[in-house]
Write a protein that binds this ligand. Sequence first.
Ligand SMILES: NC(=O)c1ccc[n+]([C@@H]2O[C@H](COP(=O)([O-])OP(=O)(O)OC[C@H]3O[C@@H](n4cnc5c(N)ncnc54)[C@H](OP(=O)(O)O)[C@@H]3O)[C@@H](O)[C@H]2O)c1
Length: 434
Amino acid sequence: MSEPLGIALIGCGTVGTGVARLLLEQAERLAARAGRPLVLRHIIVRNPHKERPLPWPQERYTSDLSVALKDPEVQLAVEVVGGVEWAREADLKVLAAGKDLVTANKALLALHGAEVFDAARKHHRSVAFEASVAGGVPIIAALTQSLAANQIRSIQGILNGTCNFILTSMYEQGVSYAAALAEAQRLGYAEADPTLDVDGTDAAHKLAILAQIAFGFTVPVESIERRGIAQIEDVDIKYARELGYQIKLLAESWLHDNQVAMHVSPVLLRLLAPLALVRGAYNAVHVVGDAVGDTLYYGKGAGQMPTASSVVADIIDMAVGRAQRTFNTLRLWSNNGAHFQLRPPGTVRSRFYLRVLVEDQPGVLADVAQVLARHHISIASVIQHEVPDEHEGERVQMVILTHTALTGQFRAAASEINQLRCVMAPSVFYPVAD
Ligand SMILES: NC(=O)c1ccc[n+]([C@@H]2O[C@H](COP(=O)([O-])OP(=O)(O)OC[C@H]3O[C@@H](n4cnc5c(N)ncnc54)[C@H](OP(=O)(O)O)[C@@H]3O)[C@@H](O)[C@H]2O)c1
């Protein structure tokens, strides 16, 4: 067997504990897969005095990264710290010290991928990051290796398990957003502060990484249009179901006329569409390649052992030298493949779901339809339930599914509809995927 691979683990929280557990408890199996022993030499944490459930002497936990960086027997560091600033500095130090890097930090890659990858190239080191998108689902390996013969046409992903858990509960149990979020927090699927999950930021970070691989396209995360799920009302879940759809938070990116369209948004999916069937905290990614056609990847997008599974796969890839070859050939975040441009969101064509709360008066549907028609948007179907006699003349929900329209025109129509005298509240709309 060849030389051992010495590893420094930076961060030993949820993911780090899983990684350490695999390295320490499955050493023989991993050595067989890697063709050499994988030896954990340092564990760096913020608080070295905290008790941890690992077969690792308490006195060997340290908060001092420099000892590992100076250790000539460490060839690889695994950064599973989270956050951006401290992690960024740590990763740059790791690379400058001549060590390869495995990371699960999607926020860091989405915001500072170019800097980290440039540093790796400068120091002739490599970076692997399978766990940064969709946790235990091997989507990075699929895109970088298995689908290498293809021009990727589109990526459509459920990339945030917290949001999918909440939307599944709303759909299946008919509960409100607030109740579903509270349940997600109770079960540990949502953080105490869930903002970055529910506002779509986390999914946008992951989408930026996938688009980098699929389209060689570096997009500033802030230019990815995103809407989260916090505004989704149970009434929209019910109307969507009535129309034969389910609402999912999708991160989508697709190639059209040499431009890449990207967004994170709640989208209505047909009830039997493969991604509509993804329940609870699971993740899934639907990738279409020009040669392969449709492919689908599914699994646990977070959690200790699923994420550790991907991190340790990267460590093994580093140990056998595969990750280095992939890293060198792909030239990610290098402006190498920047021949695509970001498609302006207003020029994207889509069908739309539109819900408007209107006065229950004659002519109201005609008023709304006229605005849509002026913006060249045609109606595919309408739902307006009869109002009980005692409430006649009050207010009523009108739900419209449109045919395909330009997003810009649809948005202009929606804001004009909001100005109509018969409209009682700002209209609600979501794209529909067909
Ligand atoms: N959790 C998941 O399911 C999941 C899935 C995919 C990707 N990820 C990514 O994996 C990374 C780690 O996530 P996590 O959930 O494992 O985080 P976590 O449970 O909060 O653990 C973070 C670890 O980093 C250590 N740390 C934080 N700041 C430090 C500092 N300044 N110096 C030294 N150590 C420091 C902490 O030390 P102490 O223990 O002493 O506080 C802790 O051990 C993140 O980038 C996350 O986005 C997580």
